[in-house]
Design a protein around this ligand. Structure first.
Ligand SMILES: *Cc1c(COP(=O)(O)O)cnc(C)c1O
Length: 356
């Protein structure tokens, strides 16, 4: 044949994921850690990777890592599940709790992967949009959950891209409103220093998502994990790719997690820099920055300034940020990741120049 029949119909409206990850001198678009894993740890990683038998399948569940993470969180191994980045676990959630005839409650604007996964799995989507300041419309969410037909929902804390955190009391109300499976996506919790981990002891319908990609400098390695009840994670095990977490990544993540205190100083510096960048952004005429608990800041450009053009001018000047100006609810907004101090300074200077 020189033709092929159409792919599954739910793909028709989906664009392949494109992070617009263009090489630039200052890469502050993807919320990565500006610093790679410290040199001494890389040496230890190299020693561990040398021991890996490449010809053998890895431990499918990465039990050594699960044990490390379980112990650090006061949980059992069965309450931890590793994934090929947090993204795999988000997809697994749509496979296990979504599907035809099932419903996902979303709170846009938020991480676009959630909606995509629901579409791919033919899951119906109920949107409860955030308020203009990106806080959650709490009463509307609770009322919608209480109708009883939502199979799963995801609340991002801090939210990406807006940076604001969810109220713990609201998470608790969600967990009590229905038996809906509630994921709290804590991809940036190391920067907010807030977790709902303590609620796991009480609520069977809660799971928490975390990642090694942000605070722990391992975006290139692909490692994420879930905390939740043994019963819920058992369903995830049914849909996950058996060997999604490879042996090399397991070895790297073990070393990094065991030495995670080494990342503390860097996290503190990012938090301090976040305060400086926020203040300097808001001091600029025609810029409104939104308060952030994460390692990035969303900001909106004033009337008469085109965010898409500013994005291009920044790129021409060697600074790559993320353009959200064409996303619903994020009109004229850009997002900047907090980089090393000199990167942040350069970004602020170039932004000032490009809106002058
Ligand atoms: C980065 C991110 C993740 C997970 O990313 P991985 O690199 O796949 O681990 C999950 N949720 C949000 C909101 C993120 O920003």
């Amino acid at each position: 044949m020189n033709t092929v029949r159409p792919a599954a119909p739910q793909l028709a409206d989906i664009e392949p994921y494109d992070p617009k990850y263009i090489p630039a001198e200052v890469m502050i678009s993807a919320n990565e850690n500006a610093h790679d894993v410290p040199f001494e740890l890389r040496r230890e990683i190299e020693r561990e990777v040398r021991k890996v038998a490449f010809n053998r399948y890895p431990d499918p569940l990465a039990n050594d890592l699960r044990d490390l993470i379980a112990e650090a969180n006061g949980l059992d191994r069965d309450q931890v599940l590793m994934g090929n980045g947090g993204d795999e676990l988000l997809f697994d959630m749509a496979l296990a709790w979504g599907g035809p005839g099932r419903t996902f409650l979303n709170m846009p604007p938020t991480f676009s992967v959630y909606k995509n996964n629901a579409q791919l799995t033919n899951t119906a989507i109920v949107d409860v949009p955030r308020l203009p300041d990106f806080s959650i419309d709490e009463e509307a969410v609770i009322a919608r959950l209480a109708q009883g037909d939502i199979d799963y929902t995801i609340v991002t804390s801090p939210n990406n891209p807006s940076g604001n955190r969810v109220h713990t009391a609201f998470v608790q109300r969600m967990l009590e409103a229905a038996d809906t499976l509630v994921m709290v996506d804590e991809a940036y919790f190391e920067f907010s220093r807030h977790t709902v981990r303590h609620l796991l002891n009480t609520y069977e319908n809660l799971i928490i998502l975390r990642t090694f990609s942000k605070a722990f400098s391992l975006a290139g390695v692909r490692m994420g994990y879930l905390l939740g009840s043994e019963n819920v994670l058992r369903e995830f095990k049914k849909v996950r790719q058996p060997y999604s977490v490879d042996a090399v990544s397991q070895a790297i993540a073990r070393v990094v997690y065991a030495n995670r205190s080494e990342f503390e100083r860097g996290i503190e510096q990012i938090i301090a820099e976040r305060g400086r960048v926020f203040d300097e952004l808001n001091a600029m005429e025609g810029v409104e920055a939104f308060p952030s608990d994460a390692n990035y800041i969303l900001f909106r450009l004033g009337e008469g300034i085109d965010a898409g053009e500013v994005w291009q001018r920044l790129l021409d000047a060697g600074v790559l940020v993320r353009d959200f100006s064409r996303s619903a609810g994020l009109e004229n907004c850009l997002r900047v990741s907090i980089g090393a101090p000199e990167e942040n300074t350069r970004f602020l200077e170039e932004l000032k120049a490009s809106i002058a």
